[in-house]
Design a protein around this ligand. Structure first.
Ligand code: GAR
Length: 201
């Protein structure tokens, strides 16, 4: 099966959604590795439950980002990883991984890019007062949430929404959308040409 590695930093609800989609055979991929930059994060527990191998590291123990990414890259190569899936991985990815996985690394972001890149896309949208926001899945390039967009789904912001109520609806959309996109890619249905992404039937 198609071999993926998931990178995450926190709760890992998106990691769980991918695990669950594989378990119920909605998604035919092999989750070969979880990469996590916070060994205490709850996502590590989820991986252990799901019997997914974990590579956890503490960025502070390395001289720079490239140094830990070289170790990650070695892990990915040993396991024959075909796609990196960033699922709430809250670190800038450097040229070490971007170059090795050009066109083979995707990220999920909680806004309609190019609006509200970076941290707290949900809070940024609420604070700005936009009436619609959404979820973006995109390829990762060298910039901050700037790579070619694969798909987006709209989420309406409702009167009285708080971070909590909006986050709940955003997460529900993410958990549906991300496994679906991983499936398309694993089936060879997603074509990337420059910035243009097309999905075939
Ligand atoms: C998700 O909402 C994801 O879109 C966001 O982090 C959350 C992780 O939740 N990613 C970013 O903000 C990337 N800049 P999870 O740990 O429960 O999957």
């Amino acid at each position: 099966a198609y071999r993926i590695a998931v990178f995450a930093s926190g709760s890992g609800s998106n990691f769980q959604a991918i695990v669950d989609a594989v378990a119920c055979k909605e998604l035919d991929v092999q989750i070969e590795l979880l990469v996590c930059d916070r060994p205490q994060a709850y996502v590590v527990e989820r991986a252990k439950q799901a019997e997914v191998p974990v590579f956890a590291f503490k960025p502070k123990e390395y001289p720079n980002r490239q140094a830990y990414e070289k170790e990650i890259l070695q892990q990915l190569e040993e396991r024959g990883i075909q796609l990196i899936v960033l699922a709430g991985y809250m670190r800038i990815v450097t040229n070490v991984l971007v170059d090795a996985f050009a066109g083979r690394m995707i990220n999920i972001h909680p806004s309609l890019l190019p609006s509200f890149p970076g941290v707290d896309g949900i809070g940024q949208a609420l604070a700005y007062g936009v009436k619609i926001t959404g979820v973006t899945v995109h390829y990762v390039d060298g910039g901050l949430d700037s790579g070619p967009i694969i798909t987006q789904q709209v989420v309406a912001i409702l009167a009285g929404d708080t971070i909590e109520t909006l986050s709940e609806r955003m997460h529900a959309v993410e958990h549906e959308l991300f496994p679906q996109v991983i499936g398309w890619i694993s089936e060879g249905r997603v074509k990337l040409e420059g910035r243009q992404v097309t999905i075939t039937a």
